[in-house]
Design a protein around this ligand. Structure first.
Ligand code: NOJ
Ligand code: CA
Length: 699
């Protein structure tokens, strides 16, 4: 009785202090509505609805700080502020040439009662296609330098949605997707094995990474991610399986803290994109809109491009990155003895330059050109690579003039083998070297454990590292393609020279593991690519028998590899296979030569995550359109209209499609090419083989 009385008293006292009777704090645009609630106990919370349908049920907000584990309760409302914006902006490059930024915003100003009286704001930005919200720690007397030990943001789903997920992991996102109900998410039951090196699963068995794609029981497509991840650690999600509740789980640093901050500070945006149509998820520009405009003022040197590379031949074991068999293979003078297998030798690089020049492909990536590859991985040594010292058989000066004479650019490779601090020390030297030799772009890499401190790939320190690299590259007018970084969050708007990242399971897994499932590329645009372009390295034509490992194959048809140039958007797009494999199929290769890498407009014609995708795009500044369509392991008939074409004109369409007997497993290299006349009234029905696809060019 005494206990009950005390309880009631407590409740009365709390509700008098914190409840805001009759006061609804909300913002909405179109069907999307966010509501802020200050719960009993002064706990901030929010809900999201889409029309009459719940998207996110009441979910809590807040933090645990190193000096205050209760920075999620005991708040009172000081004030609210409403804003709205409707403007358009032009990206330097992209899927469209103009982006509308239209939102309603409400900022909730909170103060914790008692103790240090600290201030915290929550900003909600509501778009027609979703909600972004972030926390602001205003400048204040009692909060200066501080440490976040936990972020307590929740996303309480309204139903046991179908989820397309990869497991929580602080150092790798190179996983196959599992598709299960949220209640069945379990990292010990993931699809396939990562096959990657130095993967360290998050200690949490029930955690997933974002972008997380969901399809709810009430017919909504929901994507949860973050935007503008800067000076903070990446957000993974712990899954409370019984309540379908997702809880922010930040990636720790080497000693277990989540973020070291200094007020004033704002966190990245937490994003919830929602629609009744899957296609709308893919056309959402919310994440880009939530990022800051370009910090690079002169962007005229930033040029989307295709490139071939001395690369796949190493992936499939035909040649090596290293010059000698091992670092112990030295002659009497201590010099490495060449193994005869080194891929980045002058003659071979010239062969790729010739091929690129012959086919109008602007770039040639060269990996394994610099010393260190005999002992590059797993040795935890900081100074393996110096990014300026070539192997004796790679003639920098000769290749620079050869490439220049042929109108082709060499793309630099800077593998750091996880030694990020070592790389930072050498950035200026490395990029000056690129400037001297007219290399317009760099592909970075972070294979293995991050040394020296054991930070995680997705923690705050590395998040800052990738941005420092992008900034430094911008100063030197170098375009950037980062491999093994944290997954993107739209920062390509702020650093338009950071054009692509890997940050996911690319085509390369078909070389060194059992490979990617046929559905993989139908999921990636809804997950990994929501944050930004992926260097997926499409365009493999020899789909079987490319390695000595028995039964290894790429799980797509050749026509599907063509389609990926449209469905997997990237302004740096690799033409990944060997020249000799392209030479065998010149009519199919024509599509890769023709396809654009920068676009005026994009039309998502058909889409269902995990099943199929048809996307059309208009080349920037040209009356040329390209369409890519793909399916999973099931055959299907794509059915779409060309009503995006200008009316009243007839165009020629070249159709690259699966051969009649094609299938990814039995007959992947069978394809057909035909030409037809089309207009804006044309409706196309194209048969796609199991694991297949099609590509169209129209002009
Ligand atoms: C992994 C990257 O994804 C791949 O593209 C690169 O060739 C190797 N690391 C070596 O750096
Ligand atoms: Ca990789």
């Amino acid at each position: 009785m005494k206990k009950l009385f005390a309880c009631l008293l407590g409740w009365v006292a709390i509700s008098q202090v914190y409840a805001q009777p009759g006061k609804s704090i909300s913002a909405s645009l179109g069907k999307v509505k966010v509501q802020f609630i200050l719960e009993d106990g002064g706990k901030p919370a929010y809900t999201v609805t889409y029309g009459a349908k719940p998207v996110i049920n009441k979910s809590n907000l807040g933090f645990a700080l190193a000096d205050d584990s209760t920075f999620y309760k005991g708040f009172k409302l000081l004030s609210t502020k409403y804003d709205q914006v409707d403007e358009s902006w032009a990206p330097v490059w992209g899927e469209v040439n103009s982006i509308r930024n239209h939102y309603q915003q409400v900022t909730v100003h909170l103060q914790q009662e008692g103790g240090k009286q600290r201030l915290l704001n929550v900003v909600f930005r509501v778009f027609e296609d979703g909600v972004g919200f972030r926390y602001e720690f205003p400048k204040q007397a009692n909060l200066n330098y501080f440490i976040v030990t936990q972020e307590k943001t929740e996303f309480a789903l309204a139903s046991d949605a179908k989820a397309f997920w990869i497991p929580g992991d602080y150092d790798s996102n190179e996983y196959a997707y599992s598709t299960t109900k949220v209640s069945e998410i379990d990292n010990q039951k993931i699809v396939g094995a990562s096959g990657d090196i130095a993967v360290r699963l998050a200690p949490d068995r029930y955690s997933v990474q974002t972008p997380l794609m969901l399809k709810s029981d009430n017919g909504l497509y929901i994507n949860i991610h973050e935007a503008a991840l800067r000076n903070y650690s990446s957000m993974q999600l712990h899954v409370d399986r019984s309540q379908f509740k997702l809880k922010s789980s930040l990636v720790p640093d080497a000693v277990g803290n989540m973020a070291y901050l200094h007020a004033p500070f704002h966190t990245p945006w937490r994003t919830v994109i929602v629609s009744g149509k899957a296609a709308d998820i893919l056309s959402s520009k919310m994440i880009l809109n939530l990022n800051d405009p370009s910090k690079v003022e002169n962007t005229s040197w930033i040029k989307p491009m295709k490139f071939v590379g001395v690369w796949w031949e190493m992936q499939i074991g035909k040649s090596t990155w290293s010059y000698a068999k091992s670092m112990n293979d030295v002659d009497a003078n201590g010099k490495l003895i060449p193994s005869g297998l080194h891929g980045a030798n002058t003659a071979n690089v010239k062969r790729y330059i010739d091929f690129a020049a012959r086919h109008g492909i602007p770039g040639v990536l060269v990996e394994g050109w610099n010393t260190g590859w005999e002992d590059w991985f797993g040795n935890w040594k900081e100074d393996v690579f110096d990014f300026v010292t070539p192997y004796p058989d790679f003639d920098v000066a000769a290749l620079t003039s050869y490439a220049r004479a042929k109108g082709v650019s060499i793309i630099m490779h800077n593998e750091t083998s996880g030694s990020a601090t070592n790389y930072e020390r050498q950035l200026d030297t490395a990029y000056r070297f690129m400037n001297e030799h007219s290399y317009p772009a760099v592909k970075t890499g972070y294979v293995g454990k991050i040394i020296p401190r054991g930070e995680h790939h997705d923690g705050q320190w590395m998040v800052n590292h990738y941005a420092r690299v992008a900034q430094k590259a911008a100063e030197h007018h170098v375009m950037l393609d980062a491999h093994e970084p944290v997954r993107p969050t739209g920062l390509q708007r702020t650093y338009p020279n950071w054009m692509a990242s890997e940050a996911g399971r690319g085509n390369e897994y078909n070389a060194f593991s059992e490979g990617n499932l046929p559905e993989h590329e139908t999921i990636l645009p809804f997950t990994r690519l929501m944050g930004g372009p992926m260097d997926y390295t499409p365009g493999i034509f020899k789909l079987k028998g490319y390695t000595t490992v028995p039964n290894r194959q790429v799980h797509t048809t050749l026509a599907k590899q063509l389609a990926l140039y449209v469905t997997m958007y990237s302004p740096l797009q690799m033409v990944a296979d060997l020249p000799e494999n392209y030479d065998k199929y010149p009519d199919a290769f024509q599509f890769i030569k023709d396809v654009a890498v920068d676009w005026d407009d994009t039309y998502i014609l058909e889409a269902e995550p995990g099943d199929y995708l048809t996307i059309a795009r208009k080349a920037k500044g040209k009356n040329e359109w390209f369409i890519g369509g793909i399916t999973d392991e099931h055959s299907r008939t794509a059915n779409f209209k060309l009503n995006f074409l200008p009316q009243g004109r007839t165009f020629e369409a070249t159709i690259y499609e699966d051969g009649r007997t094609a299938s990814f497993d039995k007959n992947p290299e069978s394809y057909a090419v035909r030409k037809i006349k089309v207009t804006s009234k044309t409706v196309l029905q194209l048969k796609i083989a199991p694991g297949g696809g099609f590509a169209l060019s129209i002009n």
